[in-house]
Structure formats: C-alpha cells, structure tokens
Ligand binder design. Structure first.
Ligand code: HEC
Ligand code: HEC
Length: 192
C-alpha cells in the first residue's frame, strides 16, 4: 500500500517536473531570441560604413529601391541639405561619401550636426547604392564636385566656364528643391 502511494507521489512529482521543464525551455528560447535580436542590432549600429561596404561587396545585389535606401535618401536630404543643396550621390565616387560620412566632425572647416549612428547607416545605404567606386585605382579621393570624374561623365554636353560649386547647379537644374536633376532650364531641355 505504502509502495503504491509512493509511486503515485513520484509520478505526480514527475508530471510537475515535466511541465516545469517546458516552462524553462520556453523561457530559455525567449531569452535566446532577445539576446540574438539585440546582438544583431548592436552589430548593425556599431558597424562602420567601411565594414558594411566590405560586407556588401560579397553579397548578391540588393533591390536599389529597398526601404532602407528610401529612408536614407530622405534623411540625406534633411541632414545634408541644411547648409548647401544635398549633392546627388552619383556625382561623387563612393569613397568620397564614405570619408564624409565617417568624419562629420571635420566637414570643410565645420561639422555636420545630428549624425547619430542610425542616420549614418541609413544615409550610407542611399549614397553607396547610388554612387560608384573611383574609376582609377589609387587616384586621390575628390573632395569637391569640380574634381570628380563622375560629374564630368554625367555632363557630356556641357562645357563649364563658371566654377562648379554646389551653388551653381541651380543655373541649369530647375528641380533641385525636389531633389530632381532630370528637369533642366528650357535652354538645355530644348537643345539636342
Ligand atoms: C553645418 C553645415 C553643413 C552641413 C549640415 C553639411 N555640410 Fe557639406 N559643406 C559645408 C561647407 C561649409 C562646405 C564647403 C563649401 C565650400 O568650400 O565651397 C561643404 C561642402 C560639401 C561638399 C563639397 C561640395 C562642392 O562644392 O564640391 C560635399 C560633397 C558635402 N559638403 C557633402 C555633405 C554631406 C554628405 C553632408 C551630410 C552628411 C553635408 N555636406 C552636410 C557645410 C555643411
Ligand atoms: C551649365 C548647366 C549645368 C550646370 C551648372 C549643372 N548641370 Fe547637371 N546637367 C546639365 C545637363 C544639360 C545635363 C544632362 C546631361 C547633358 O546633356 O550633358 C545634366 C545632368 C546632370 C545629372 C544627371 C541627371 C540624370 O539623372 O539624368 C546630374 C546628377 C547633374 N546634372 C548634377 C549636377 C550638379 C550636382 C550640379 C552642380 C554641382 C550640376 N549638375 C550643374 C547641365 C548643368
């Protein structure tokens, strides 16, 4: 009789333990998930543009209109268009954007405010996706639009006589306030 009672108790104990184990497993799984998500975020935010650059070279091409690029473009226009027009990504090589983004405190004698890590990462996604690396190996990184080969390549018809600065774009581009470089003054729209 006592034996049976004992066995019953043990069986009850087992049931209790099994459900306890289940709780333990579930909480461990949740904990693990939290830690891994947190780790992923820290990695993403701590990564320097150069690290992301290295990573993205080995990955298959991504959709150029993905949401992070769109968000990056908006942040770019608001963060980098405060003092001068937001310079379109394609007129300068990727290396220039990388240098400028990594050194917001040393920006042509001033500093770019509001450059928190997330802003930096998203803006980098936009700039990297819409620019190309320097054409010639070991060529110096151009810090002015005027020195950029891509600017020249994008202007096959134009012979510039005035100095090229971020203030002169508006002479021919009428859509700058909408960040649109396709619309031109009538003079250029009409010419072949
Ligand atoms: C606090 C004001 C300010 C902000 C904000 C700012 N810049 Fe500038 N930027 C300047 C100044 C000043 C110059 C130098 C202009 C000159 O020498 O003619 C400059 C020049 C530039 C040039 C060279 C333009 C040329 O004439 O060839 C680029 C490219 C540039 N900035 C990119 C950026 C980017 C990218 C950001 C955002 C991360 C940014 N700027 C935000 C002040 C600012
Ligand atoms: C003298 C007129 C003129 C000035 C100044 C000028 N552009 Fe242009 N831009 C053009 C013309 C014209 C085109 C079309 C390509 C061509 O016909 O050469 C063009 C094309 C472009 C394009 C390619 C647009 C596209 O998507 O097809 C970009 C980007 C651009 N310009 C940026 C700039 C920036 C940035 C500045 C100022 C630093 C600037 N341009 C100054 C006349 C000008």
């Amino acid at each position: 009789m006592l034996k049976v009672l004992n066995m019953f108790k043990i069986a009850k104990l087992f049931r209790f333990k099994r459900s306890n184990l289940l709780y333990l497993v579930i909480s461990l799984a949740i904990l693990l998930w939290c830690v891994s998500v947190g780790w992923g975020f820290t990695q993403a935010l701590a990564a320097k543009p150069s690290h992301i650059l290295a990573q993205s070279r080995s990955l298959p091409p991504l959709n150029p209109n993905r949401p992070t690029v769109e968000a990056g473009k908006e942040l770019y226009v608001s963060t980098c268009g405060g003092c001068h027009i937001p310079v379109p990504a394609e007129v300068l090589p990727t290396e220039t954007w990388q240098e400028l983004l990594e050194n917001p405190q040393k920006h042509y004698g001033t500093s770019v405010p509001n450059m928190i890590r997330l802003t930096q990462v998203l803006i980098w996604d936009y700039l990297k996706t819409n620019s190309r690396p320097i054409l010639q190996r070991d060529a110096p990184v151009p810090y002015y639009i005027e020195q950029s080969q891509y600017f020249t390549i994008l202007h096959p018809r134009v012979e510039f006589t005035e100095p090229i600065t971020s203030e002169s774009c508006v002479l021919c581009h009428t859509g700058i306030k909408d960040f649109n470089y396709r619309t031109l003054t009538a003079e250029w729209e009409d010419s072949p």
